[in-house]
Design a protein. Sequence first.
Length: 205
Amino acid sequence: MEINDEEGDAKTEFYKYGEAIGLKINDLQRLMCLAKKHCESIAPKPVVEERMVIHSSSFGNNLKNIPNSIPMKLLSEVQAQSNHGQTLSGLNSRGGLGILEMLDNLNSRRLTRRPETQDDVNELNAFVSSSQIKHVVDQWTSVDEGMPDKKGYYLTVIDEDIASSRHGSVEIQECYEAVKDKSMVLKFQDYVLYWMPKPEPPAKK
């Protein structure tokens, strides 16, 4: 395993300090191992979105644009128990739900007994798309509602009546410190209407 210069320097300093206080090399190596395991245990774990897979039976009807899965959070646990007598996780482990079964769950209705159609696929895709749009909209904060906790650069929506930008355009703008009523406050330029934290860049593949 490669060790970068910074990590190598820290490791060297660790061993020097250990030797200075009378610890043996084996003890130092064990302490280093335990410290690494502890750091790994408390490090934030990446959040993986749970998804409900589309049952294989839905792919045999010559329908187009069928998604492989949808976000699990869109589905109702209560409706899953009512319609199937199982949890969502249990249904997922047994092959997932058919398109019509998903629509029944999303619309809080009892199971529909009929063949699936292209309209069902279109309805499911539209439901998922609208929920994703709502999720993004819910992340925006109006400058009238509040400012970020710290200065820096944020994703913002610009007002065309004040700035020359196209209305509704999204830009990176700085939230900076300014004097207001003899105290320091955080603010954006006057043409910023909404803000949200910048999303993380995609993981390298």
